[in-house]
Design a binder for this molecule. Structure first.
Ligand code: GLY
Length: 382
């Protein structure tokens, strides 16, 4: 077995055990003790567990993964019916990797309908006057009313997909406007990024960039940069737009050029580096997926592809060899040393279920060309 196959087999074994451990609950992050905190599908992260189960079910000849993945989609049906904790933009993460995954893999009509309901929920956050999807809080909220965050670039693929499915122009128009605002205001000229940006709610005027989880307002939070890498690459695919692909590529090159020796990012590119500085393994896993997506669009002939393909591979080798839980049969997570919020002191050096999801997606991309569930496949097996 090659390195990727070995790592995937490990991930399958951990996931089999986690199905027993988690039951119908959903993992979020660990909190200093290598045990996942569980919830009843109330967090923004619940879709990543569903996505892990769908990836495992695609790879392995073992029906238990699919059975449990379908149970999670039923749970997402119930979350939608009861509108549990939907006052944020992460509806895209939740439903892309659960019901949309089932639709992509199986053509299940109920899953498609549920995903379209999720897209309608996300559209409630569209602020036409500003031309953005509001990340957090209620409409008109003093602090968050006119605020975007770079993470949202992974939520708007749900709207692009809904447009493809229905032909309803409003989905595409909102997603495209949001992507273009993000491109103009979140990405800096040197390929670094702001985590968040504020707009005046009355006039729509740009006010200022800032951060929520990063080291400083003007620094580059590495997970935000990774969300940008992958998110702009997905926008480029949906819009067939070379300028979006250029933006994704410049973010990716900036990321690749600032990695430490072991090729796994610290939590912020501007955080002073001492022996205590935390990594964010999840940022490197997300960035690896984004880089592989960019390479798939640029093609091998583009000189930038070589650097990005090499970085994706070397980061993944380091994650497998130095960060994965390989060889620890009791582990609940797939990779260690993710940080939810170093700035906020919230799980600064822990398992993160999104880190585990993107680690497995990157392995699947490298080993089998399975690209996750962000867009429809050219040749669906269904
Ligand atoms: N999207 C939330 C985070 O990355 O922490």
């Amino acid at each position: 077995m090659n390195l990727w196959q070995t790592a995937i087999e490990d991930a399958l074994a951990v996931t089999r055990r986690n199905i027993e451990r988690f039951g119908d609950r959903f993992p979020h992050v660990s909190a200093g003790n290598e045990r996942y905190t569980l919830n009843d599908n109330t967090e923004w992260t619940a879709g990543f567990w569903s996505g892990i189960l769908w990836l495992c079910s695609e790879y392995a000849d073992d029906p238990s993964f699919r059975i449990h993945a379908v149970r999670t989609v039923q749970n997402f049906r119930s979350r939608m019916d009861r509108k549990i904790v939907f006052d944020h933009h992460d509806i895209g993460f939740l439903y892309s990797l659960s019901s949309k995954a089932q639709w992509i893999l199986e053509g299940e009509e109920e899953a498609r309908k549920l995903t379209l309901e999720a897209a309608d929920m996300l559209m409630k956050r569209w602020r036409k006057k500003i031309g953005i999807i509001q990340a957090w809080g209620r409409e008109g909220d003093v602090q968050n009313g006119g605020r975007i965050i770079i993470d949202c670039m992974l939520n708007i693929p749900l709207l692009f997909w809904a447009y493809e499915q229905t032909g309803e122009e409003a989905y595409r128009a909102a997603a495209e406007a949001h992507a273009r605002k993000s491109q103009r205001f979140l990405v800096r000229g040197d390929g670094s990024s702001y985590h968040t940006f504020y707009f005046d709610q009355e006039t729509g005027d740009a006010v200022r960039g800032g951060t929520h989880q990063g080291y400083a307002d003007g620094s580059t939070w590495t997970r935000g940069q990774a969300w940008g890498i992958y998110g702009f690459a997905l926008a480029a695919r949906y819009l067939n737009d070379p300028s979006m692909l250029d933006t994704a590529t410049s973010l990716a090159l900036h990321f690749a050029e600032r990695l430490p020796e072991d090729q796994v990012a610290y939590w912020d590119f501007e955080a002073p580096v001492t022996f205590e500085t935390k990594r964010d393994s999840s940022a490197s896993a997300i960035a690896a997926c984004g880089m592989l997506e960019i390479v798939s669009q640029l093609g091998d002939h583009d000189p930038r592809s070589r650097k990005l393909a090499e970085t994706a591979r070397s980061s993944m080798e380091s994650l497998v060899q130095n960060y994965s839980t390989h060889g620890d049969p009791s582990a609940e997570g797939l990779i260690r040393h993710g940080s939810y919020s170093v700035r906020g002191g919230d799980s600064p050096d822990d398992y993160t279920i999104w880190g585990d999801y993107y680690y497995l997606e990157a392995l699947m991309r490298l080993e089998r060309g399975i690209p996750g569930y962000w867009y429809e496949r050219a040749n669906p097996k269904r």
